[in-house]
Ligand binder design. Structure first.
Ligand code: PPE
Length: 321
């Protein structure tokens, strides 16, 4: 069988249904329900190397959301594993692969059973892959900001599909929006919901600075409840910045003094233009950069206020065994 051409995501082992298996052996059957109907759920988590070694950022919250997504998809993952077991499996997989800084991708999907839309006798499979992943929207973008455009695709309405759960099938539309953005020379697309309100990026939440306040669309407006979003809101409040969850119209993107994306993969990425219109003075704004600093301090264990957001890993221990 040809191997996936993805050397970027290469590691030694992948945790698959309870065991560490060699990377090339983590395979699925073509009749898996998830391949035909998008019935998978996933998470994206990062582990950062700090002064005291590697640590996973907000592992508990990510695994909690993983179980929430399973519940929304009516997948019986909680009958197979506890949250603690999957948290431990994430840590073990990082350690097994000798990594201190990496991205972690838990995935659960309906496997091969009876054919047809109704998932009948489809076993639930769970995997956890890890790999080193650099700046999602480019190292330059992280420093200087990215150019984005409003997408021609709309984010699905809340009465059509679930934005708060991380369901594989939902990303079909997201990946079309991303293809469009890249095809037009942009780093990312901003999706408006079906009412024309700003929702989010294809894999990021969005924030605007307006009159010195931090604004982001509320949950329920077809956005994912981002864990980076939540963390940033907490840190902004600590810095005395007023944070409001508020409906945003498209022209507020052009009115904003600063704009940035948040996400596990995207971290805190400044946006320097939307639809060719510079954001504020163009480039990364001061509040964005200050919050980005706060974020990187927290993930690297340099913020004692948020030490409890980190779960340490010890790859050296495994390597020495
Ligand atoms: N919105 C969407 C649609 C989304 O996929 C993500 C994460 C976020 C917001 C931010 O959520 P959080 O990571 O909890 O702050 N997107 C993941 C997948 C990216 C990918 O290309 O794959 C991620 O960042 O891991």
């Amino acid at each position: 069988m040809p191997q996936p051409k993805s050397p970027e995501a290469r590691s030694e082992t992948i945790w698959f249904d309870g065991d560490q298996v060699a990377w090339e052996d983590a395979r699925v059957h073509v009749l898996s329900h998830a391949l035909h109907y998008g019935s998978s759920i996933f998470e994206g988590i990062r582990c950062y190397k700090g002064d005291k070694g590697g640590a996973v950022f907000r592992l508990r919250e990510h695994i909690e959301r993983f179980f929430f997504s399973a519940r929304v998809l009516r997948m019986d993952m909680d009958k197979l594993y506890t949250q603690e077991q999957l948290e431990r499996a994430c840590v073990t997989t990082i350690e097994q692969n000798g990594l201190e800084e990496c991205y972690i991708r838990p995935l659960a999907f309906r496997g091969a059973g009876a054919m047809g839309v109704l998932p009948k006798d489809c076993p639930t499979h769970v995997s956890i892959a890890v790999w080193p992943w650099g700046a999602y929207l480019g190292a330059d973008g992280l420093r200087n900001g990215i150019d984005v455009a409003v997408s021609s695709y709309n984010k699905f309405a809340p009465n059509t599909f679930f934005a708060l759960a991380k369901i594989g099938g939902a990303y079909v539309m997201g990946s079309l929006a991303k293809i469009e953005a890249v095809r037009h020379g942009y780093a990312e697309g901003i999706l408006l919901d079906t009412e024309g309100r700003v929702a989010e990026g294809t894999g990021e939440n969005i924030f605007a600075v307006l009159d010195g306040r931090l604004i982001t669309p509320p949950l329920g407006h077809s956005v994912l409840g981002g864990i980076t979003r939540k963390s940033l809101m907490i840190m902004a409040k600590e810095d005395g910045i007023e944070v409001v969850e508020q409906t945003m119209s498209r022209e507020m993107l052009y009115m904003a003094e600063e704009l940035f994306f948040t996400g596990t993969a995207a971290e805190v990425t400044p946006i320097r233009s939307v639809d060719g219109i510079p954001v504020g003075k163009g480039g990364a704004g001061p509040i964005t950069l200050a919050l980005q600093d706060r974020f990187f301090a927290a993930v690297r264990g340099q913020d004692p206020r948020h030490a409890d957001w980190l779960t340490p890993v010890s790859p050296a221990v495994v390597a020495a065994e």
